[in-house]
Design a protein around this ligand. Structure first.
Ligand code: BG6
Length: 492
């Protein structure tokens, strides 16, 4: 049942994620009729807060960040009264009795049946201990379903992820764990599946006979912001590639699932990672590039080099950019390079997948009068959502001249599409794990990442290519494609 009453507990209930993403998503879901009438939310955090202050904090967050406005006080009160706050030390198992009492009290107050959604919007080092303490404190012996929603990163490498998985599984079996990768909540990422499997036009060509290469770009304008304490030891490889970029790769490359259910879809995604060619440490320099931004200008504003950003350790060799050439060694994709690229402080904010089709035989229209382009399918994910298809056509009114033309579809023009967190929270409440990352995906992703990380950590500065802020990354990233006779197409 999609609208079962529930009690939600948000660890990190006064934190940044709650404020920017979770509250706005809950409110919009509520106003759109996607939440049951009956539910409760308990924010859990370290510093004490009065209930009324917490509800004011909730309101401010929604006013500032939600795409739905509060426009009716009565309606607002009936939403806000379901929110409460408790301050405990989440690392101390002894405080979970109090938590259990607070949740039970809300459940009683609103006559809830006992379904519980625990959301871990806290530092990763707390994931395991909170899961354990929830069990020790008796919170997992509830009457209805229980689910654990967990943010990234899930581990720092394969071994730490495995240890965390074991620790969590003692309280929540895998089918109750909902690992967030917010890219999977994005409209156009979910649309890749539809585009591929609901159109004969693309699926028949979706293989190495017709596709020459695939390009996945996730470029950002922002720098490290105030997150250096996390980011400087994660790097772009762990921050973006291990999760978001590999998820995009799986969505593009997977075989059609037998059904549209989470198990069938995860089976196919996992197979992509099993076929993903793993690089040994000594291969890394040939296939992977990493970089760090230097100073520069973005939108005419001068921005500092990574090394001068707040809290970045002196001489840090952390990467803020990664590019790579990946291969999926299976029947469908044998020989097709998947170029990936992500970085901070790049020229624009753009997440895109480009499918480049093979060219027609080079006679007839290929001559000096024509500037033909390859057929391209561009899947625009963020900030613009849409699809574009590049073809060649006769230049209107000119004899014998052929030019590339673009068919463009915009998915979010004049339409306010949902935020990733709205669809993911809704799915978690409905028990649909399709767009969450399962353990096999996480573990195989780390197996791919680990040797790359090791190579880079050992070689340090030697492997770090500087790139100017406001550029598209170091030239070494262009060379990865040049060698094969291709060029980055994005941002289109
Ligand atoms: C997060 C990373 O997962 O994704 C951030 O930790 C990054 O470093 C963000 O900025 C990018 O997300 P989006 O949705 O803006 O592309």
């Amino acid at each position: 049942n999609s609208k079962e009453p529930f009690a939600m507990v948000i660890f990190g209930g006064a934190g940044d994620l709650a404020q920017r993403k979770l509250f706005p998503a809950l409110y919009t879901l509520h106003r759109s009729g996607f939440l049951p009438d009956n539910f409760s939310v308990l924010g859990v955090g370290r510093s004490p807060r009065e209930t009324e202050d917490y509800r004011q904090f909730l309101r401010n967050a929604i006013t500032q960040f939600a795409r739905t406005e509060v426009d009716n006080e009565e309606e607002w009160s009936s939403f806000a009264e379901r929110f409460d706050y408790l301050s405990i030390d989440v690392t101390d198992a002894g405080t979970y009795d109090e938590l259990e009492r607070a949740v039970a009290e809300q459940e009683k107050q609103f006559s809830l049946p006992g379904n519980r959604l625990f959301y871990l919007a806290v530092a990763p080092k707390l994931f395991g201990v909170v899961a354990e303490n929830l069990k020790a404190g008796g919170l997992t012996e509830n009457n209805g379903w229980k689910r654990l929603v967990i943010e990234k990163p899930f581990g720092r490498d394969y071994l730490s992820a495995e240890a965390l998985q074991e620790q969590i599984n003692r309280s929540f079996p895998e089918e109750e764990v909902y690992r967030i990768d917010h890219y999977l909540g994005k409209e156009m990422v979910q649309n890749i599946e539809v585009l591929r499997f609901a159109n004969s036009l693309f699926e028949n060509l979706w293989n190495n006979r017709y596709i020459s290469n695939v390009q996945i770009t996730a470029a950002e304008i922002v720098g490290v912001e105030n997150r250096a304490s996390y980011y400087d030891s994660a790097g772009a490889l762990r921050d973006m590639v291990q999760n978001h970029i590999l998820q995009l790769l799986m969505m593009v490359a997977m075989e059609p699932p037998s059904h549209l259910n989470p198990e069938a879809i995860h089976d196919e995604k996992v197979k992509v990672l099993r076929s993903l060619r793993r690089y040994e440490e000594h291969d890394v320099s040939q296939y992977m590039v990493r970089g760090q931004y230097t100073g520069g200008f973005i939108d005419d504003k001068e921005v500092p080099p990574y090394l001068n950003e707040e809290n970045v350790p002196e001489g840090s060799t952390n990467e803020t950019f990664v590019a790579g050439k990946l291969y999926i060694d299976n029947f469908r994709w044998s020989g097709v390079p998947f170029y990936i690229r992500t970085g901070k402080r790049m020229a624009e904010k753009s997440t895109e997948v480009v499918i480049q089709f093979r060219d027609v035989p080079k006679h007839l229209y290929f001559n000096k009068d024509n500037n033909l382009g390859s057929n391209l399918l561009v899947i625009k994910i963020n900030p613009e959502e849409g699809l574009a298809l590049q073809m060649n056509a006769k230049k209107p009114g000119v004899a014998n001249q052929v030019v590339p033309i673009m068919m463009d579809f915009c998915n979010n023009c004049g339409v306010d599409t949902p935020e990733a967190y709205e669809s993911l929270i809704r799915d978690a409440l409905e028990g649909d794990r399709t767009f969450f990352t399962n353990w096999e995906e996480v573990s195989l992703a780390w197996r791919f990442i680990d040797p790359i990380r090791q190579a880079w950590d050992q070689e340090g500065e030697e492997t770090l290519a500087p790139y100017e802020s406001g550029s598209y990354g170091p030239k070494e990233a262009d060379a990865l494609l040049d060698q094969d006779g291709f060029q980055w197409v994005s941002p289109y």
